[in-house]
Ligand binder design. Sequence first.
Ligand SMILES: Cc1cc2nc3c(=O)[nH]c(=O)nc-3n(C[C@H](O)[C@H](O)[C@H](O)COP(=O)(O)OP(=O)(O)OC[C@H]3O[C@@H](n4cnc5c(N)ncnc54)[C@H](O)[C@@H]3O)c2cc1C
Length: 402
Amino acid sequence: MTLASARDMGTAEGGLSTEERLLQQTAREFAQREIAPGAAERDEEERYDRSLFRRMGELGLTAVPFPESIGGAGFSYRAWTLVMEEIAYADMAMAVSLSVHILSQYPVITWGSPEQHARWLPPMLSGERLGAFALTEPQAGSDAAALRMRAERVGPADTPTAYRLTGTKIWITNAIEAEHYLVFATVDPAAGQRGITAFLVEKGTPGFSFGRKERKLGIRADTASELIFDGAEVPLANRLGEEGQGYRIALSALGEGRISIAAACTGLAQAALDAAARFLTERRAFGVPLAEQQGLRFMLAEMAQRVAAARALTRAAADAKDRGESISEASSLAKWTASDAAMSVTTDAVQLFGGSGYSREFPVERMMRDAKGAQIYEGTNQIHRLIVADHLLKRLTQGSGG
Ligand SMILES: Cc1cc2nc3c(=O)[nH]c(=O)nc-3n(C[C@H](O)[C@H](O)[C@H](O)COP(=O)(O)OP(=O)(O)OC[C@H]3O[C@@H](n4cnc5c(N)ncnc54)[C@H](O)[C@@H]3O)c2cc1C
């Protein structure tokens, strides 16, 4: 059996439809032909290649998980996870960029008015414009409800005509390259999460600029940087949802985003597993291929087990979303499991490559660096443990009538 067919076996569980298989094949061929070859060079140069994002738009990949009624391709979220796996298999940095782009516009579908759909979605679905999601601040990461960025009403308090945004966001993926930003600010700092409000902001808005670019360990081909708002005025028409709905909007977007990142982690882990398996069949020591060593075969099997578990939980969360169920717990389980799987599988891959694994001449050290961030962004894995425990204990309390 070839490695390629072994990989297909790994993704066959759960039964994909013909359309899903075709989509998977399209994404795979594109990713292997156009994304994979330059991944090491882009990482080395810390360079974002906007032409690859444009190509994803031309192929329709940026429209995959959106309903046809608003110009999307009408695929399920399960289908979206197939795309994410394939892009991340080729380059995790591009997958994260694409995932954040989708994360930044999904809430527009759910919470936006028909006018906002017409104005914001078409250039995002076509890949003409790139999106960013701006929640984190210097003093508000895991504790996102502690954000301080102000949104001051312009005009009468009960019927504002605009909002003035003041504050700093950090660690914003796609920031410099993006044109559209989903930004969270508070209309009332004393109100905690009840003051948080979401805004759609365009690049070039006066008073909105970029600060420091983050110098990252991994996914270096995708940029992250500070956003600085110094009284940037956005019209009322750019407010997404009502005042005070921003926190719910952020959480709903993150629920979807976490499934997408879980799928990317699965693809990254699969890439490291395949590279390690190939290496063990080619590298000889003590007169036999390394793949003959039982201890190393056990390592491969355990890596495959973690990839399969990551994929199964990711698909389960995507299926729950497709059925319209709450995804808070399922998306946390998937993201936590898949990012831990990516970290441990890529670390094992480096070990199995020996000295070559530690060299930038081979891809597995980049994969290991790329994996680490996924245990931190879109909710750290400690926060996901808290979410899962909350759900579990709530069920217990409800079950006991408490
Ligand atoms: C590569 C990358 C890309 C990112 N992209 C974006 C983006 O596009 N948009 C955006 O808004 N943000 C983005 N972020 C920010 C990211 O969401 C935050 O870094 C993350 O939420 C953690 O916040 P923090 O860094 O402030 O850490 P802190 O919240 O200060 O946490 C520090 C440590 O304490 C732990 N911890 C905190 N609270 C608890 C608790 N109650 N119980 C147990 N442990 C706890 C955390 O798990 C962590 O280990 C990105 C981050 C990275 C690394």
